[in-house]
Structure formats: structure tokens, C-alpha cells
Write a protein that binds this ligand. Sequence first.
Ligand code: NAD
Ligand code: SER
Length: 313
Amino acid sequence: MEKILVTGATGQVGSELTIALRNNYGPENVFAADKRPALNELSPSGPFCLLDVRDASAINQVVDANNIDAIFHLAALLSAVAEQKPQQAWDVNMNGLLNVLETCRAHRCALFFPSSIAAFGPETPSMNTPQDTIQRPSTLYGITKVSGELLCDYYHHRFGVDARGLRYPGLISSKTLPGGGTTDYAVDIFYAALKSQHYDCFLRADTQLDMMYMPDAIDAAIHLMTADSKQLKHRNAFNVTAMSFTPQQLAAEIQKHIPEFTIAYIVDPLRQAIADSWPRHMNDSAAKAEWGWQAQFDLSAMVTDMLKKITLT
Ligand code: NAD
Ligand code: SER
């Protein structure tokens, strides 16, 4: 990778991944793009352009003009928003990915595509979820993720596109707020704990989900994209995880730092139904064996770091 394009760069993952890539590959070699303007450090730290991934010719133009050889394609609508706008989510998540894959085919670019725990469904084993297992998601977001995994595999086998990807669990970040997912509670809770020492959680106390701290998520993406391709048997959609907890367990960990913190559960049926259809804990042994994946942050290390890094505005 020498010249990199990041789509959806203004989002929760993109705003940190772009900075990490600029630190590794040089600020001028990492082009950030999003359909909304960059409000954070993205724009001053390197090139940024407005780009809607549904516009195939605009993607081609950016890639062509800047000799891009790798695309980190992050633009998407996340689970809760996708359930509210299913047609738009299909358009952005599927047509956007197809446009990016076609550009990769034409310009011989490598591709990183983030899938999700949402690519599994209620019939999937929810504990120790295998790398290769039944995938019948019941959410529109999950349907676009499993379709995306298959499309990336197809472009690799059929056209030789070097497409690689991860199934991220819920991601927790101290820098950028999440963009409308079901696991957003695990970020919101920290702001509430620091601001008012109380949080109303939209998931049930016992809703166990896989999670990962953003520094590990960024490291995993870059690590996979620089791994020796001969070692990769799966290429796309590697299960990766770092920790697995319930809102009750996260609240108890926060109380170790803020003893007066309290939590109440005011369940949102839409997001609860989404969470109930997802795995509790994935098996990520394929990622460990094929490219040496290892998370650095567990629950206690993540909570300590989040409380240290979050700045209230
Ligand atoms: P986010 O919602 O914070 O950011 C997505 C970005 O995509 C936003 O900045 C948005 O403006 C942009 N976007 C939306 N429609 C677009 C379009 N038509 N053209 C260009 N840009 C558009 O999401 P995120 O958390 O940063 O997620 C990034 C990727 O990682 C997504 O593919 C998501 O499915 C995946 N993922 C995220 C998580 C998580 O917990 N955050 C977990 C698993 C997978
Ligand atoms: N964290 C994401 C969401 O909740 C899962 O991909 O939508």
C-alpha cells in the first residue's frame, strides 16, 4: 500500500484509522473521503474530499487522479439506522461496495471491507461462534454485511481483487461518537458517567455482546492488509474479538472508578431485538492462526483508558 483512499472517513472508525494510516504511510498519501465534511483533525492533517460512494464515476476519478492502490471502504449505514431506512441502507451499503469493488478491479487496488457480528443471525451458535457457520441475519444491516462478504470473495476469485476483511464486534472509541449502531450504548455510557454519573441504557442488563476497543480495531485492519497473502485461507470476514460483556458488567467496571455511577434500563425494543439476534462471543482462532491477530485491551484496560481519554465539551 502506497496511496490509500478511506471512504466514510469522518465516521467512528475512519476518523481514527485515517490518522493511523497517515502516521504510517505519510499524511499526503492517505486520502480521506466522506459525503459529509470533516469536522475534526482529518482535514488539516492531510487530503480530504467530499465523495458519495453511490457515485461510481466520482470514486473512479479520485482513485485515478491520485494513483490510489488501496481502499479502506468504511462508508455504510449502521444497524439501528439501517432498520429505520432499509432501502437507503441497501443502496449505500451494497451499491457503494459494488462501485468500490468495480473501481478496485479496474485500477488493481487492494480493498479492506469491515463486516460485523451482524453478519450472523439467530440460528448461528451464539457462544464461541465459529469462523465458518450458518449466516441467516434477520436485520437489513446484517444482510448487507453477509452479502458484502460474499461479493468481496467473488471479486477475489473471479477478478483477482485483493479484498480482505474483518467481522468487527461493537467498537468503543474515546475520540468519535458512534454513528447509529446497536452497540453505541458502550460508548454513550462513558459520557453519561462522566457528565451526570447516571446512564439510561437502551439494552437489557444481561445483553452480552462481543466488543473491541478502537486501538485494537485499527491495528487489526492495518495488520490484516499488510499480512502475507499466501498465509490467508479466508481473506474476507475474519472473526475478531477482544472482550465480551453485558451492560451490567460494564457498569460495574465503571463503578470501580466512579463509585457513585448508577445505571437504569429503559429498553428500546428495536435495538434489543437486533442485539438478541447477534452472537455473544465469536471464535477468532482463524485470525490468530492465519495472520497473528491478538487484542491488547480487555474490559478493565479499556475502561481505564476510556475514562482517562474522554474529553467532555
Ligand atoms: P459511522 O456511522 O461512524 O461512519 C460511517 C461514515 O460513512 C459516516 O461518516 C457517514 O457520513 C459515511 N457515509 C454514509 N453514507 C455515505 C455515502 N453514501 N457516501 C460516503 N460516505 C457515506 O460508522 P463506523 O462505526 O465508522 O463504521 C465504519 C464501518 O465499520 C462500517 O462499514 C460499519 O458497518 C463497520 N463496522 C462498525 C462497527 C462499529 O461498532 N462501529 C462494528 C462492525 C462493523
Ligand atoms: N456496532 C455495529 C452496530 O451496532 C455492529 O456492526 O451497528
